[in-house]
Ligand binder design. Structure first.
Ligand code: ATP
Length: 348
């Protein structure tokens, strides 16, 4: 797919304390849903505001479909960037009806046709029956869909979504996420989502950029960033993981407390590894080898699965199993990796 949005070396500081967006480079392809994921304060919203044109750029550039929209010397106004926005609080006009909210931005369409088209877009987002209501007469999820209808109605090349699901309760959040993704995919639009919620980024986006302190640590598909994190921060931010040290001797095999692993490692010395709890399982000890035997210290029963906390020598491991494997605290167990661990950068 062709690149649509190109962000190059984007940098922004508000004061002397240093850049909050620090030399960010990434691109969003045509028809791609891309997420910027990171903890509160890492600079996600500022990045989105720079792309939208609500803030001026210190260094770097933003271009869409090959057209330069923002740089230190060029600033195209937000309304002229061909970009739609959905904000966390939806930002609907409270005094306008649902249909007027959607028709408002359709200035390119002759007045008499605006409402017909606005209604069509509302129907696409499942809100056709609510067109004459005021935003205050809608639930959060319904307002969210109106906000999306308003953002996509002018057929922008790109939709920017700033934590759009965070005001919805857990159940509604999941279903709305699915619906919004389907609407964007059907419309063939590109979208850039900002979120601090890893589950949201993993389930909503085609690719994710994981941000930390103004910088991107890794860009990849949900599976890549989750199962093949490159840094300790990415490994830990994406969900529960086991971090442990292993000894590499320059060959492909490294020696870990979980046994030898073939990690294709060129480094020598101590390397930090990560393996997700669901890539480990537990077995009853069959050998009397004391090195391999760990002890269950705690068990979290979660209905469809169980997380065991296992002490093995000086290290504690989390092991996620289905609920058929039942061990009790103090049981002796052997931890078996089902997949290889990954080696994290910068900790050798
Ligand atoms: P959250 O998830 O909490 O919204 P975020 O990752 O979106 O966080 P930003 O809102 O981009 O982070 O903020 C990054 C940093 O920049 C924060 O320390 C914030 O206080 C600071 N900041 C943001 N906007 C301004 C501003 N207009 N003036 C001064 N500092 C600002």
């Amino acid at each position: 797919m062709k690149k649509l949005l190109e962000v190059t070396n984007l940098t922004k500081a508000f004061d002397e304390s240093g850049p909050v967006v620090d030399a960010l480079s990434f691109s969003v392809r045509e028809e791609e849903i891309f997420a910027l994921l990171g903890p509160s304060g890492c600079g996600k919203t500022t990045c989105l505001r720079l792309i939208a044109g609500f803030e001026h750029i210190d260094q770097g550039s933003v271009s869409i479909a090959g057209e330069m929209l923002g740089s230190p010397t060029k600033h195209i106004a937000p309304q002229d960037r061909g970009v739609g926005f959905v904000f966390q609080d939806y930002a609907l006009f409270p005094h306008l009806s649902v249909i007027d909210n959607v028709a408002f931005g359709l200035t390119d369409i002759p007045k008499q046709k605006r409402n017909v088209y606005a209604e069509e877009v509302l129907c696409r987002t499942g809100m056709g029956d609510y067109k004459d209501r005021n935003p205050s007469e809608l639930s959060g999820g319904q307002q969210q869909r109106v906000a999306l209808a308003r953002a996509i109605a002018p057929k922008p090349k790109l939709v920017l979504l700033d934590e759009p699901f965070s005001n919805l309760d857990a159940m509604l959040r999941e279903s709305t996420r699915k619906e919004v993704r389907a609407i964007l995919k059907k419309a063939g639009m590109s979208a850039l989502l900002v979120t601090h919620d890893q589950e949201e980024a993993l389930s909503f986006a085609d690719r994710i950029a994981v941000m930390n302190e103004g910088k991107i640590e890794q860009v990849g598909t949900p599976e890549e960033v989750y199962y093949h994190p490159k840094t300790q921060f990415v490994a830990q931010f994406l969900g529960r993981t086991n971090l442990f040290w292993a000894r590499a001797s320059g060959g492909s095999e490294v020696h870990t407390n979980l046994g030898p692993m073939n990690l294709n490692c060129k480094a020598k010395g101590n390397v930090l590894c990560s393996i997700r709890p669901e890539h480990l399982t537990l077995e009853k000890p069959t050998t009397q080898h004391p090195d391999e035997i760990g002890t269950v210290v705690a068990r979290e029963f979660k209905g469809h699965d169980i997380t065991y906390h296992v002490q093995l020598k000086e290290e504690k491991y989390l092991v996620h199993t289905d609920n058929r494997v039942i061990f009790e605290p103090n049981d002796e167990v052997v931890i078996k990796p089902l997949e290889s661990a990954v080696i994290l950068e910068g900790k050798n």
